[in-house]
Write a protein that binds this ligand. Structure first.
Ligand code: NAD
Ligand code: ZN
Length: 392
């Protein structure tokens, strides 16, 4: 089959690789019909995640048709059209039973590696390096889906792939980011980053009752997309220095600051360096982020007693976090990889009711063969690229 393989920093290639096979009775093999590139894939593309290996198959946002099922998967049939959560979860451990699927105890076999970086092991993730299990991803013609009796959800025929694909990640991610803010009817929510995750965060903040959303970015078409959702916008290019943003947000909120601040940017936010730290045997033991700008500003801007929610991905250790502000303002910080399985059904219902058409974020639809170009364009935010969907 054809698949998008990681070769090194800024080097992805579409190659012919062996077809996946069922290796466990709870597996399914999916023939992929649509797959997207995520901001999280850019951390791999930019070489910030040190545990990628040459020829690893990328992709964690995908959907398709079930072509083969392991003997113990009873809730699905061959031929079913499903979306697949990016989080691989067993459904039975302490965390899955509490709906904390991204913390599953049984789906990441590389415990020693994860413990070394994080002191704990989160769930396995498709196509996302050996730190989270080394699973082959879904930017491919076929993919093996472990724990298929827990993850994949059948979707109605009348909804197009583009309307349901983002249930696999970015719609639930934006929704959980907003839900984590415990939004009250009069609240103003500020969102750093108007990428695909930021867009679903804005949509979800309104769904959950925010009175105002202030969206922050510097890319005109992304800010425009936010305004079409009725968000007010702050264009970073209009500000001369980062402290000005904190002041600006205060002025926009009667001197108080936003009730909730959401960092939908993550570790690459503006001019950051990521440094890999090696031990004596030249093994990477951790990676450090210099000045996570968006997160720092979110902590500085948020009003007293407010919530800072962080869907943006951080991998390592961040420097220059204003802990004094966090502590003395009694802020609540909530974060995490999304517990996608928990959100699949309720968010599909919202799509079916017509409350949202998630396809609004798509700027490019391309064949899988054009992945190298698609990655470059999405990373550089060139060609008005906000979200790429690829069809194998
Ligand atoms: P993206 O790269 O397309 O969008 C990021 C946006 O942030 C860009 O528009 C960029 O211009 C803007 N930006 C950069 N620095 C900024 C700053 N300092 N202030 C304001 N805006 C800034 O990525 P995306 O697909 O939207 O993903 C965003 C983040 O969400 C990534 O870190 C990604 O890894 C993460 N993510 C997390 C989860 C989860 O489960 N928690 C799931 C999916 C994605
Ligand atoms: Zn993603």
């Amino acid at each position: 089959m054809r698949a998008v393989c990681w070769h090194g920093t800024e080097d992805v290639r579409v190659e012919t690789v062996p077809d996946p096979e069922i290796v466990n009775p709870r597996d399914a093999i999916i023939k992929v019909t649509s797959t997207a590139i995520c901001g999280s894939d850019l951390h791999l593309y930019n070489g910030f995640v040190p545990t990628m290996q040459k020829d690893d198959i990328l992709g964690h946002e995908f959907m398709g048709e079930i072509v083969e099922l392991g003997s113990s998967v009873k809730n699905l049939k061959v031929g079913d059209r499903v979306v697949v959560p990016f989080t691989i979860s067993c459904g039975n451990c302490l965390f899955c039973r509490r709906d904390l699927y991204s913390l599953c105890d049984n789906s990441n076999p590389n415990v020693a590696l994860a413990e070394k970086f994080w002191g704990h092991t989160p769930c396995g993730i498709f196509g996302y390096s050996h730190l989270v299990g080394g699973y082959s991803g879904g930017q491919a013609e076929y993919v093996r889906v472990p724990y298929a009796d827990v993850g994949p959800m059948k979707v109605p025929e009348h909804l197009h792939d583009d309307q349901v694909l983002f249930l696999t990640d970015i719609f639930p991610t934006g929704y959980m980011a907003a839900e984590n803010c415990n939004i009250q009817p009069d609240d103003t929510v500020a969102v750093w980053g108007c990428g695909p995750v930021g867009q679903f965060t804005i949509a979800s903040a309104f769904m959950l009752g925010a009175a105002r959303v202030i969206a922050i970015d510097e890319i005109p078409e992304r800010l425009e997309m936010a305004r079409r959702q009725k968000a007010e916008t702050v264009d970073l290019r209009d500000l001369s220095s980062p402290p000005q943003l904190v002041e600006k947000l205060k002025t926009m909120t009667h001197g108080r600051g936003p009730d909730a601040c959401i960092d939908a940017v993550g570790m690459e936010g503006h001019g950051l360096g990521i440094e890999h730290i090696y031990d004596r045997a030249k093994q990477i033991v951790r990676f450090e982020t210099d000045r996570p700008a968006a997160l720092r500003q979110a902590l500085m801007s948020c009003r007293k007693g407010g919530t800072v929610s962080v869907p943006g991905v951080y991998g390592g250790i961040g420097d220059k976090l204003p802990l004094g502000s966090l502590m003395n303002k009694s802020l609540t910080v909530r974060t995490g990889q999304t517990h996608v399985q928990h959100y699949l059904k309720p968010l599909l219902e919202r799509v079916e009711k017509g409350e949202i058409d998630p396809s609004f974020v798509i700027s490019h639809r391309l064949p899988l063969e054009e992945a190298a170009n698609a990655y470059r364009m999405f990373r550089d935010k060139s060609d008005h690229c906000t979200k790429v969907v690829m069809r194998p």
